[in-house]
Design a protein around this ligand. Sequence first.
Ligand code: GLN
Length: 198
Amino acid sequence: MSADRPHVGVLALQGDVREHARLLGDLGAEVSLIRRPVELAAVDGLVIPGGESSVIDKLARAFGMHEPIRDAIASGMPVYGTCAGMILLADRIVDGIEGQQTFGGIDVTVRRNAFGSQVDSFETDLDVPDLGAPPVHAVFIRAPVVEEAGESVEPLARLDDGRAVAVRQGSLMATAFHPEVTGEHRFHAAFLDMVRAA
Ligand code: GLN
């Protein structure tokens, strides 16, 4: 990796892979789509996109990616997950489908589809002190929420009711919403800083 041009991957099993790849490329990263362990081994950071966490979980196991991703997380590779990606980075989930697994790494309990069928999707402005002004315009699509977090988890943003919707723990970061669909680039820029620092 050259210091100014980090090489990062987007897990490309299912979900909004292109949006992440385009944004990371616009920010100057070299971007690879990741489907196989050998491809994962070649990058210095990974984005897990939004999509359907149970499908990404099943495909990751079918493609032999579950253990390699767990190992990469354990070895300190920076990973950023949005929405389904947040679910996949959670140590514990509520309302997963039967047998659903996660890669884990962030000491949180995350509830899938936390806003129910009545409020499937919504948008709101979130204050994210780490990112400064202006607030983040956040789009939630059948989004998860953090129900409980361990002491080493840093909440980056909360809803008005106090529940965390963006968290960081060491080299792992997750948002319940989708910056990649609104042109919000600051989370991805922060992720690339984490990759450069790793
Ligand atoms: N509800 C989806 C899941 O369970 C996540 C939705 C999303 O990524 N936009 O994975």
